[in-house]
Design a protein. Structure first.
Length: 241
């Protein structure tokens, strides 16, 4: 099992975290554990450090976005809200975490009062893999805005272990308002212009038919269901950066 799916539809009162350890070539031992996360919370991703990240479909103050299963940040089994991890300027609505890589970097989203949603990259660890802390030893992640395409519907969806961010956006000036385009952004150089993925046969932006199926690997390759050359559902791969 490579990712945790949203289980709220089948088990509305709990989200179960499956820890799998292979004992024999043809046998696996499964341990199911109920996470102490509010009802209505959706899992978006988890990484090799035992961080489970997601968002809530409720806005009643339960803004848990990260569950620290192994206690990497200090206490095993602790849940964290976004405002416990970082401080954003001004007033923002409750946010969520879209994806997390194995270096402790995650892509988060929130919406400022009266504005469009904004995305930023958060580092939980330093370059040596140690947890970033303040003078009192409390977690003190760093964060930076991501320079993403400006539109009424922009989403940063994944981040790989090299800090490359994959996302989608709708071109508000185009007649295509139903399907988004895809882009890559190098978070190590967040002020650079995002690379919009294009069809090499005509140079036009590739239309993504299923944004939730887009995937980015550590080679900078992107795969997904797209519309190109008049064929719907084509499967495309790019070299990325």
């Amino acid at each position: 099992m490579s990712r945790l799916n949203q289980l709220a539809n089948s088990i509305p009162w709990a989200i179960l975290f499956a820890l799998i350890s292979t004992q024999l070539a043809n046998a696996q031992a499964y341990h199911l554990e109920q996470l102490p996360i509010p009802e209505g919370w959706y899992v978006n991703d988890f990484n090799n450090q035992g961080f489970v990240v997601g968002h809530s479909r409720f806005t009643n103050g339960e803004t848990v976005v990260l569950y620290d299963h192994q206690g990497v940040l200090g206490t095993a089994g602790k849940t964290w809200s976004l405002d416990e991890l970082i401080t954003l300027p001004g007033e923002y609505s409750p946010g969520g975490i879209m994806d997390i890589n194995n270096l402790g970097q995650f892509v988060a989203v929130s919406t400022p009062a009266g504005g469009l949603r904004e995305f930023f990259l958060v580092d939980l660890m330093d370059s040596n893999g140690d947890v970033l802390v303040d003078a009192e030893g409390n977690p003190a992640p760093t964060w930076k805005y991501l320079n993403l395409p400006t539109s009424s519907y922009t989403y940063a969806r994944q981040v790989n272990d090299f800090g490359q961010v994959l996302g989608t956006f709708v071109d508000d000036t185009s007649s295509n308002i139903y399907y988004p385009y895809a882009f890559l952004q190098d978070s190590n150089n967040p002020n650079t212009t995002p690379v919009v993925l294009t069809d090499p046969s005509n140079g036009m932006p590739i239309v993504v038919t299923s944004p939730e199926l887009l995937r980015l690997n550590n080679w900078g390759q992107v795969s997904g269901n797209v519309l190109t050359g008049g064929i719907s559902g084509a499967y495309g791969v790019t070299k990325g950066f």
